[in-house]
Design a protein around this ligand. Sequence first.
Ligand code: ADP
Length: 651
Amino acid sequence: MFGLRQKLFFGFGGLLAILLSVSVLCVAVLQQHRSWLDQFLYENWRSVEYGQHMLDAIQPLNVIAQTVSGQSGEPTKAELAAATSASTKPLADFDSNCDAEDHNITLSHEDTIATDLTRLWSGFDIDVHTGRQTNKFTSDCYRDQFTKLLSGQTSLSDRRVAYAAIQRLSPLIKTRAQDVIDLNFQNMQPVEGKIKDMADSATRLIVRLAVAGAALAVVFILLMSRAILRPLGTLTQSLEEVAKGNLDQIVHVNSRDELHKLAEAFNSMAANLREFRRTDRAKLMRIQRTTQLAVNSLPDAIAVVNSSGIVELSNQTAQTLFSLFPEQSILSLRDERLGALYQQVSRDAAPSQPRGYESAIEVFDQGGQLRFFLPRAVPILDADRVLLGVTVVLGDVTNLRKLDEMKSGLLSVVSHELKTPLTSIRMASHLLLEERVGSLNPKQTELLMAARDDADRLQKIIEDLLDMGRLESGRVRLDLQAEPSERLVSDAITPLESAFHDKGLTLNVDVPVETPPVLADPARIGHVFSNLLTNAMKFTAPGGRVRIYAQPLDKFVRFIVEDTGIGIPSQHIGRIFERFYRVPRENQPSGAGLGLAIAKEIVDAHGGTISVESQPEKGSRFSFTLQRADQIPDKRETEAKYETSINPHNG
Ligand code: ADP
């Protein structure tokens, strides 16, 4: 059996052999034609040349003959010597050309002319087959008569007879020489036509050879292709099937070459893959079942959504309460909040920010019970941070929310109940300190002042608690208006300036009049500024500096309150906007941990954001944004929006 290498060798070698054979045959044909032409033209042309040379030689001989002919008397010895010497070359030329012509008889009739010419010239006869001059035929020939003329022995009368013979023989010789020329020329005429015929026949032969060669080559190529390409085609088909996932492919290649080995390797690879798939599939199914059971057992609703918004995996709760069934698009749910959350997380490729209980989604479970779920979403990113999907978790906060509501209700009741007696305590302490009801000794004044300060602080906490309650319940309506940024800030600073001064703090305000106006409820934003500034004052030691300034942005103005105080350790930064959260410190100043939570509620309700950067011992930088009033087309629209956003329970 042949290997692939041998097949390729025979395939290409065969083609090469065909090519070489055709070329060799063509060359042979052309060579044969060429040599035939050479021979043919050469022989005729030589005879023409011999004739011409003979004509050329006889001419000077005739002139020499005349000088020594005795017409003008007996030639002198000197004349004879000169004639002998001058005639040597033409005589030899004629001899040699005449002899050559005798040996170059190629045409019928040419032999008769050559025989005549030889007889007229030298008196010899010739053998037409060999061209040899045979026996002397006659002495009445040009050469013998000429020789007589050159001899000093010849008498004057003999000389004249000899010259007369030369005059008679010369035209006969010239005529025969010319006959040689003409006969051979005539024979060369039809050669042109013959050449054309030969070219045509050569072309026909070459074309036939080329066609035969091409046909042979095609047969070769077909045979070789069958031998090589058929097994390759079978292999390719099988590979395509494997690529589609059909691993039950077995390739049969009958040849015993490399392709057979390749087919064997392929079959063993497919067998290995089948084995892998069997074990992997079992493992995958086990993992999938376990994952599904684990996810189902959670009270929270969980769904894994792919990058096209289609639910890939979800648990029982997600399916029954939120219709998050596998294959369902999260964007086509009736409750658009989950779709919006998915879109936001896919766009930002960052987890959603946890929100308060007020943003929980309310649903009735199968038993008709109202339940609250807090939605959160986390993006699933690959190593290159390309989004693969989003995990949506709806935490069941029904109980927590109930507790929160109870706590808020309790706080509200307690605050209200405390507020009235506290107001009378504060009023009483103020009246006593103003000595409206009698004078006080220094010890009494000191005790009363401490009581008044504590009552004031308590009042502030109760105010904060009530504010928080109101904001949470959505009872607060914002009175939004376009406010000059500079006035908002200066209104907030004025009541606190003396306190800053008393504590030995420098307060720098850098909000120019040309800062764009913002859309704000002045009283509420005043509260935010007041909280931030009071905190800055509380947490900055005397001698420190507090700076308040503004940065206009595209659609917002950012307000910044910066201090050089004690700062906030990084582990607490993420939580300080939570309600009741306070950074644990030695010498904790008074407060309920509500100020920043209230500030955040207010800023959020305005459509802005609040944030903090801080470094312990270096200081803190609180900033929040408010919408620019000069960039909002319709104020009423905006108001409507914020009225809704401050009261999530309505949504
Ligand atoms: P409180 O009303 O009790 O001050 P806040 O909500 O205003 O509560 O602040 C929460 C916590 O954040 C505070 O306990 C305090 O430790 C920290 N904090 C707030 N502002 C600053 C500041 N400018 N510098 C350092 N710590 C601050």
